[in-house]
Write a protein that binds this ligand. Sequence first.
Ligand SMILES: CC(C)(COP(=O)(O)OP(=O)(O)OC[C@H]1O[C@@H](n2cnc3c(N)ncnc32)[C@H](O)[C@@H]1OP(=O)(O)O)[C@@H](O)C(=O)NCCC(=O)NCCS
Length: 494
Amino acid sequence: MLSGASIYSSNWLACSDTYGSDPQELPDGAPRCLVRLRLGAARCFGGSGTTFNANAGGIETGTFAKLILPDGKEASLPILHPSTGTDKFVNISTLHKQVGHYTYDPGFTCTASCASSITFIDGDEGILTYRGYPVDQLARKSCFLETSYLLLYGELPSPSELDDFKSEVKKHMLLKKDLLDFFAHFPTGAHPMAQMTSVVAGLSAFYPVNLDVKNEDQHKEAAVRLIGKMPMITSMVYRNNLGLPVSYPHAELDYTGNFLRMMFENPMYPGGMNRIYSDEVYTVVQKAMDVFFILHADHEQNASTSTVRIAGSSQANPYACVSAGVASLWGPAHGGANEAVIDMLAQIGKKENVAEFVRKVKNKEDGVRLMGFGHRVYKNYDPRAKYFRELVQDVLKVMDVKDPSLEVAMELERIALTDDYFVQRKLYPNVDFYTGIMLRALGIPTNMFTCLFALSRTTGWISQWAEMVEEKGFRISRPRQIFIGAPERTYPGL
Ligand SMILES: CC(C)(COP(=O)(O)OP(=O)(O)OC[C@H]1O[C@@H](n2cnc3c(N)ncnc32)[C@H](O)[C@@H]1OP(=O)(O)O)[C@@H](O)C(=O)NCCC(=O)NCCS
């Protein structure tokens, strides 16, 4: 077992010893001392590296809101503002102490549950940034692992830091044999998200070394391990349901290349892939897939991320928390939306049926909604959708896929962007409207779509989790309720 600590300068700690018992995680010939935890305040894991302290819970404006209750009691509540944007927040954390009242905000639509320095969204303007960088710039110029590093550390990596990060992630791409055996025991046809939720939670059993949440040295290792293992977990879910043999990651391929290979490797053509035949197709598909991962990497405090934070607030381990995020993402109002888009497009069938479908949506007949349209936060064009719209067309062209769904989608988009019903309600296409079409062109079954979303979002979940658990004095989340049930009554006996 190597003790790497001595070979690095004082702000680097080698943690190769934690890998000594886990040879399956190391590709042949990979040096064991490459995995390092960087210590030090300037760019600590989960920190922004700026002077803005997310842990302070926003920036004091020096102004206060006064709340006067019917009984005459008054509460003075500080107004906070963020480092970017014009939103203002009333800090109600002392409200109960001051006047004995709670607040009521179902669905947290008007409540900030935390202060975070990771992702910024201005839904009215259609802006999305990761650590300050607009997501469309990252999508066009960065790669998924560079973006993951940015989300985790708060700054872009130097070339050598990126190389180190890529090697660390690569070393964690393999799944242990015992973990692979999980897949053999799911019933045939088990929902991919059911398999993924279980296997991600199962990582807790395989890596007890990462379970001590108070040990910050373990946070980065758990993060890299999760990011590394998600492609093979996703491919196993896919291959398991198709009855295909295991496909392993290769040291010479990058992250997205490994994902594509593990998904589409065909045992009849060693080294080849099912549907991505030529170099030209591979280049376009690899880029589009990488962009898909970048665009889904984080989205501030959505339902699944809030789930990860709430689970983590009890000091549950990172694998269990990310598994809770996967479960939350499963629902059709969240990660399942691109699957719902494909179902809707298939139901509409052809361009000529679009107008009738839109009429039903507008009349709210049978609760029909335009899937892939509207967003709780964006009241403008989803910034992730714009570039992806272009990429989908590139992928279909290079793969020579004539998908009638695309024609239906374009007609729906055309009508919805000009129709008063949608314009007045600020309902624009969201990213899910286009991603489903690309995933289908690649031959990925619709019930696998959310798994790909989960793969990408793992980076965001673990970054948000780390930001929270590394916050000084973080507390367990415990919302209140307004009880509307029966008053206390006496149990009558059997
Ligand atoms: C995402 C979503 C849940 C956000 O909902 P929300 O912010 O709570 O918006 P509301 O449900 O309050 O809707 C506001 C109004 O717009 C309408 N609306 C919202 N989304 C709509 C849609 N996709 N199609 C048709 N009408 C829609 C509502 O019927 C409501 O109309 P009303 O004012 O006449 O009652 C919602 O837009 C939706 O269901 N979209 C489709 C699913 C989807 O694509 N989800 C993925 C999000 S990334």
